[in-house]
Design a protein around this ligand. Structure first.
Ligand code: BDR
Ligand code: CA
Length: 354
């Protein structure tokens, strides 16, 4: 049978009063005003901070539409001991130290950690050199915190993965019964060749890989094949050059009294000084933006395989976009195809400066 392999879902809407993203924000504000509470989406942020993971923590912790239940740290941009410290530094900066941070996997599932061709600076936070955290880590391992949190809130928890998927893959391997209990996984994951940014901005250390999949491709394969609803926001959308700040934006961050805005300003200077564009400072934020407002990114459904064996293509996420002879045994996932970068940036700026 001849049939299209990809199915476009039209999530994209015109900005304005009828815009669902605005409606979501306005509705939340209204609900909070009338009832003094916000009905929010429960999330776990599984991350490897990292400057952009740190900004994802800012958005996740400040958005009234989200309830950040836990931050689970994993090896990735830096060793897990550093990512645990950086996650707590960020929550303390925000006055949100009550949110638990758990230490996760120190290594990918079956291979050593590769070195990152991109640097997040000496402290992993664009050399912001925040004060050392005083909050203790959760007594639970990240894998167990994920399992317990999902079981405590069946069908309610969305897991945002902005680092290698080692923690989540281990959690669903250890406790497969949680798979149907996870509402959704939204990940910064992969590169699908949908536009020139997908591979031109490859973050892994092969020509066409994205860092989070490249570091632990076996973990990504487990999650992709798990049957859990997965939305993979790849480099196609998350490193699009339209994800950028104006001079006015940068000045607003510099002059803001909010420490997280100053953090972002330093991160932008850090990447500019190394010849990169500002998108590098907020790649992971798109997962949080999508969790807040799924209309920010149009997605397509497609069969995707994760390459785990090749040296040249390690970590490549291969979308079978053929019209004929599609490998239907590959799992079907949702893939970020087109982001409304302007509205995403607006949401991010509002949260950072608030
Ligand atoms: C990913 O690579 C990491 O360096 C970033 O934190 C982001 O999660 C993008 O490929
Ligand atoms: Ca990351």
């Amino acid at each position: 049978m001849i049939r299209p392999a990809l199915h476009l879902k039209h999530h994209h809407r015109r900005p304005g009063s009828g815009d669902p993203g605005r409606r979501l924000l306005n509705t939340s504000a209204t609900v909070r005003k009338r009832c003094n509470f916000v009905i929010s989406k429960k999330i776990i942020l599984d991350c490897d901070p990292g400057m952009d993971d740190s900004m994802a923590i800012v958005m996740a912790a400040k958005a009234p539409q989200l309830e950040l239940l836990a931050v689970t740290a994993v090896n990735g941009n830096y060793p897990v001991d550093v990512t645990c410290v950086n996650a707590r530094k960020m929550l303390e900066l925000l006055g949100k130290a009550h949110i638990p941070v758990a230490r996760g996997m120190a290594n990918p599932m079956v291979r050593p950690c590769p070195s990152d061709p991109f640097t997040h600076g000496a402290d992993g936070q664009a050399e912001n050199f925040l004060p050392d955290p005083i909050t203790p880590l959760s007594p639970l391992h990240a894998v167990d915190l994920i399992i317990e949190t999902v079981k405590a809130h069946p069908h309610e928890v969305t897991i945002l993965c902005t680092g290698p998927m080692s923690n989540l893959a281990m959690a669903i391997t250890k406790a497969p019964e949680i798979k149907p209990l996870i509402a959704e996984v939204i990940a910064i994951s992969g590169a699908f060749g949908l536009n020139r940014y997908a591979f031109a901005n490859a973050t892994g250390d092969t020509p066409q890989s994205e860092w989070n999949v490249y570091v632990d491709p076996e973990a990504a394969k487990i999650v992709y094949e798990s049957g859990i609803k997965l939305v993979a926001l790849g480099l196609d959308v998350a490193t699009h050059f339209d994800v950028n700040f104006s001079e006015e934006d940068i000045e607003a961050f510099r002059t803001s009294s909010r420490p997280e805005a100053k953090f972002l300003h330093q991160a932008i200077s850090f990447v500019h000084n190394r010849g990169f564009e500002a998108y590098c400072t907020i790649i992971d934020c798109m997962a949080v933006g999508y969790a807040i407002d799924p209309t920010l990114v149009e997605t397509i459904s497609g069969h995707v395989g994760v390459e785990t064996e090749s040296v040249l293509c390690r970590g490549m996420t291969v979308l079978d976009g053929r019209h004929h002879h599609v490998w239907t045994h590959l799992p079907v996932i949702e893939i970020g195809a087109k982001a409304d970068c302007g509205r995403f940036l607006q949401l991010l700026k509002e949260l950072v400066l608030a």
